[in-house]
Design a protein around this ligand. Sequence first.
Ligand code: ADP
Ligand code: ASP
Ligand code: MG
Length: 417
Amino acid sequence: MALIVQKYGGTSVGSPERIKAVARRVAKWRRAGHDVVLAVSAMSGETNRLLGLAKEIQAQPDPRELDVIAATGEQVTIGLASMALMALGVKARSYTGAQVRVVTDSAFTKARILSIDEQRLRADLAAGIVPVVAGFQGIDEAGNITTLGRGGSDTTGVALAAALGADECQIFTDVDGVYTTDPRIEPDARRLRTVTFEEMLEMASLGSKVLQIRSVEFAGKYRVRLRVLSSLTDPDIPIEVEAQSGTLITFEEDDNMEQAIISGIAFSRDEAKLTVMGVPDRPGIAYAILGPVGDANIDVDMIIQNASVEGLTDFSFTVPRNDYARALGILESVKQHIGARAIVGDNKICKVSMVGVGMRSHVGIASSMFRCLAEEGINIQMISTSEIKISVVVDEKYMELAVRVLHKAFDLDQTPA
Ligand code: ADP
Ligand code: ASP
Ligand code: MG
């Protein structure tokens, strides 16, 4: 008998029928003697709808009130899922984040979980009750409702599994696992049977939305066994089959694993580039430019500084697209002080990244990637690498083409030998 946390995403609870299917699946695991804790998202489209409503009232919505509104989506699905379980004779009880006491910091719209009080959940499990917990939400020390950032129900699921010491956290979604790239962009993408935790962390941070990055971080920190699998299969498929399905995030690179050099391709449109032109190339200049940007809580990602010509240099960096206008404003305000000739920006860029632990032991991957993009006439604007990834910034209009040609060139559609 195991303790399993099952998280169901928006599509998986997107209609009463889907919620009934979730209940059947959970009932199956209960009948087999397992303890189950559920974490659910809002119905698909609902969080967007709620955020849209808020924007109709306030163009720049108040973050505290925004979280009060956004958190309601999950309050509906916990009630519905509990009812669907009861209808099948499974004892169930719904909990908002505040009721459990999922305590977070006070960073509205992107709060971090600080602690989870698992007492009530344990008492329910001991009484044969399935606790159904609202994903994506928590409460801060002062009692304010908070949310964990888009896709945050994944993190709720993994954090619950960590707090309860669950045997596995199963992320049920609308694809049957983690693929070599988003199957919506590349139909030939292939499901990975396993992916290492490190690779998953890179893929999530580089834009693969299948798991929220913080959920992967949590899984790493607390060693939660994490699996991504489909909620669209027949809910009555045998448990032995379901338990082995999808993609397992592993902590070991064992010999039985697929030996690909590249495991996946991630991409992100959530990027914008800023260039400060003609600044004096002197100590402290990077700080003078990036200091104010960091002070405004804007994440800076890739950075390049050109060689200086006659003591002047150009300095470029990327920021999340949402922060583009703000970052541009900050640079304009410090332009005189730093002695820049011009500030230019481009928010029509994207980042395409190849990820794989096999890169550690193989040389020449970067040059093959660059050649492949060159052959398609795709200009690379920025490059960054780490031990297990290579990222390039290219014009947004080439994003899908870049993903597809790289997927093909690196044989990601083929099962590794
Ligand atoms: P949920 O609502 O269940 O949380 P999401 O939409 O957040 O679902 O995540 C699942 C989606 O992630 C898939 O439908 C797929 O389009 C997308 N995705 C992006 N990259 C990948 C990948 N490498 N493997 C699988 N799915 C991916
Ligand atoms: N409902 C939230 C969102 O749409 C959280 C989630 O689905 O994980 O972002
Ligand atoms: Mg999601």
